[in-house]
Design a protein around this ligand. Sequence first.
Ligand code: FE
Length: 339
Amino acid sequence: MALAAGMATSMPALSQPSGVLNLYSARHYQTDEALYAEFTQQTGIKINRIEADDNALFERLRSEGKNSPADVILMVDAARLWRAQVEGLFQPIQSKILESRIPKNLRSNDEGQGSQWFGFSTRARMIIFNKATVRSSDVDTYEKLADPINKGKVCTRSGSHPYMLSMIGAMYERSGEAKTEAWAKSMVSNMARSPKGGDTDQIKGVASGECGVALTNSYYLARLMRSSKPEDQAIISKISWVWPNQSTSGTHMNVAGGAVAKNAPNKAAAIKFLEYLASDQAQRYFADGNNEWPAVKSVKTNNPALNQWGKFKEETISISAIGTNQIYAQKILDRVSYK
Ligand code: FE
């Protein structure tokens, strides 16, 4: 009995924050170093980082299962956050700070899911076009990319990539299945080449003239705009961009976000870290590190590319709904052979 009592009294210590946080991150930017150092300075909690791309993080979390040491998981794109959520990799948390700081449409709808994530920065899905061959009025909505006027001009990365699935999932939410499928079918017949490469490759394709028009996440364009390399500036000089759907639904927005891991050994520290990411200073670092916008709207960044762009009309569809719709989006893509 004495032994059992002794064990019982030692138990609570195990659930106390240990002063360590295990962070699994699909982000790896130089500026994030300062972000993590600042958290440790403020809280005394040391951060152990595991950095890998989203798919590698998924694999690792799956294989570690219940024994995963992960406390916080950072991922990019609602499609991936949603997938991690339904796979049960996250857990629900209570935080007044996160609930008041992070807008409702930028976090998971946790009803029935038993887990929760929060968006900490936003990115826009922009339309870029070749200045010499395409007029902006012909490509100023996602819908127009499927118009016959753009036959043989359109380039995209694979339709199955999360950035595309989320964008198409948003279209599905606002226009329904039939219209989205008709759009996807016409996109396939408008293509300049079979889908390939990443977003930066689409920008390069537009600059070279192989593509007339393409889609990119905003931070890839901002990165080139801010680059001092002559080859990057040469690309920028050949292209122009529009904020899609300004007179209708607004430009498709997505998030980079985070959550507390399902079996987080240091849950209190994990919540503290997510709350820290929502603070003014961390928001600035977190978003600016990848040329994104802070999720907390009152926070101002001082990023030359973002400043140059100014304000535009953003889509307001719930990021969580977009995640859910990726299943329907993928089925549509399969039916129309959108690679
Ligand atoms: Fe990206």
